[in-house]
Design a protein around this ligand. Structure first.
Ligand SMILES: *[C@@H]1O[C@H](CO)[C@@H](O)[C@H](O)[C@H]1NC(C)=O
Ligand SMILES: *[C@@H]1O[C@H](CO)[C@@H](O)[C@H](O)[C@H]1NC(C)=O
Ligand SMILES: *[C@@H]1O[C@H](CO)[C@@H](O)[C@H](O)[C@H]1NC(C)=O
Ligand SMILES: *[C@@H]1O[C@H](CO)[C@@H](O)[C@H](O)[C@H]1NC(C)=O
Length: 187
């Protein structure tokens, strides 16, 4: 029994480091439709990817740079990425998120404390992107259906008054897909 547990622990540890080792450098952020990081299947549940301003699109996948030291933040050719830009639309349909703003990567974004720190979790099957205190889900109004549709992405907030995703919205995950290119522009 003890031996079995130790073996299982070793297996988990090696899966874990596979995900965290991928979470470096440059990559694309793919948005997956899903409310469970256990059940989501990237090849089946992809609904789009984030563009260089941090907005969800069908296929306009930007290249994001991830800071190697804490706070591990993202940037693109367009600027620093943050949920703190108050010029971005608020998630007005959400009980707990109505005063929060969509993610953006813009030249005007100066990163200030409290910093967002992005990470992945060792036990995940894929490198899903979390921030803060295990905030691993993101809230969107709906999936983009056309190439030129741009959909704002909010942090997912819940509580007693709204236990699940904002009514009518989709709960999503962000998948990190490393790219090798050394350029900083769109792929
Ligand atoms: C998202 O997933 C749900 C549950 O599996 C499904 O009913 C819905 O059609 C999906 N929506 C999109 C846009 O993929
Ligand atoms: C990103 O934020 C940092 C502060 O953390 C700032 O020094 C830098 O100029 C910002 N980058 C851009 C492109 O605005
Ligand atoms: C989106 O763009 C791709 C490639 O540029 C094209 O093949 C596809 O037909 C476009 N889809 C729509 C819905 O416009
Ligand atoms: C990306 O880098 C890995 C490891 O350095 C290499 O094996 C792989 O061939 C590269 N892929 C591309 C598309 O360049």
């Amino acid at each position: 029994m003890l031996l079995l547990t130790a073996a299982a622990g070793l297996l988990l540890a090696s899966v874990a480091s596979a995900q965290t080792e991928l979470f470096h450098g440059r990559g694309q952020i793919i948005v997956l439709n899903g409310s469970s990081f256990v059940g989501v299947v990237p090849s089946r549940d992809r609904i789009g990817c984030l563009d260089d301003q941090g907005i969800l699109t069908l296929d306009n996948c930007a290249e994001f740079s991830l800071a190697e030291t804490s706070p591990r933040t993202f940037s693109t050719v367009s600027g620093n990425c943050t949920f703190q830009n108050k010029n971005m639309p608020a998630n007005s349909d959400s009980a707990y998120g109505k005063d929060t703003h969509a993610w953006s990567c813009l030249a005007e974004n100066q990163l200030v404390a409290p910093y967002e720190n992005y990470y992945t979790v060792s036990g995940f099957k894929f490198p899903f992107i979390c921030n803060g205190n295990l905030n691993c889900y993101y809230d969107i109004k709906g999936a983009p259906s056309l190439n030129n549709t741009r959909v704002p992405v909010w942090q997912f907030y819940w509580g007693d008054a709204q236990g699940g995703i904002t009514p009518g919205h989709l709960q999503t995950l962000w998948l990190w897909v490393p790219v090798n290119s050394t350029k900083t522009g769109k792929s």
